[in-house]
Design a protein around this ligand. Structure first.
Ligand code: C5P
Length: 236
């Protein structure tokens, strides 16, 4: 990742709503400041590519976050379908053959491997029968994804520093689990491995993914502006 990323592309706004109408209303509020948006499972299930195509036609960048996980041939063909839509980033996960198959079909699309969900903590790993630490698993998966030809990974801001130091500048690091302010945890939050936007960038992330702190704010533009100030001071 040697090119300089424009400030308006650093925050990827997660459009986690049910309908294209709601998604478009959020984009219209935010687009003077943010030009990169994420379409995930909730919105995609309701309207397939409608919002993706609208965003691309409007000149915005799109991260399609469907976290493809299936047998290699199916993942390869799914990645091919996305390749024709003008999407910038898509997410996948899985073992070596799955990642290799996805990489073989990506074209200009940048593929991000999901490492460990930011809603996961150590107890969740134990509950799934996994030993070791979240940090070690994230590092192991990121290293493998890079070796297999992925462009980057999705990881929390807590692991970004070790990834950047160990795996170099080429790895694209995209970080969800962003919460503003000093007291970033709210009692009902499902995210666990959280940091501020400024800390994520300082630790080496290239982009942050932010959903509810922007989309549920009374003044989304004010939240974006505050995060962009933090980003600028972390990454002038
Ligand atoms: O609302 P919030 O800021 O927590 O949204 C985070 C977004 O990032 C959600 O759309 C979620 O699906 C996504 N995401 C994540 N952790 C990952 C990958 C994606 O939270 N590892």
């Amino acid at each position: 990742m040697s090119e300089k990323i424009p400030l308006q592309e650093r925050i990827i706004v997660a459009l986690d709503v049910n309908s294209p109408e709601e998604a478009k209303a959020i984009v219209k509020k935010c687009e003077s400041r943010c030009t990169f948006y994420k379409v995930g499972l909730q919105l995609f299930m309701g309207s397939w590519f409608e919002t993706v195509d609208w965003l691309v036609d409007r000149g915005h960048k799109v991260m399609l976050d469907l976290k493809f996980f299936d047998i290699p041939e199916t993942v390869k063909l799914a990645v091919q379908q996305v390749g024709d839509r003008g999407v910038s980033f898509a997410t996948i996960h899985g073992n070596d053959p799955i990642i290799r198959a996805a990489v073989s079909a990506r074209g200009d699309l940048r593929l991000l491997a999901v490492t460990v969900l930011t809603s996961f903590g150590e107890e969740d790993m134990r509950a799934m029968g996994m030993t070791g630490s979240v940090a070690d698993l994230v590092y192991f998966r990121a290293k493998r994804a890079l070796e297999l030809g992925c462009d980057g990974v999705v990881s929390s801001g807590l692991e970004a520093e070790k990834l950047r130091q160990g795996l170099g500048e080429k790895l694209l690091i995209v970080t969800p689990g962003i919460r503003p302010g000093a007291n970033i945890m709210d009692g009902d939050d499902d995210q666990q491995r959280i940091v501020t936007a400024g800390l994520a960038l300082k630790n080496g992330a290239n982009h942050v993914v932010v959903g509810r702190p922007i989309t549920r704010a009374a003044d989304p533009v004010a939240v974006i502006e505050e995060m962009q100030r933090e980003i600028l001071s972390a990454c002038p």
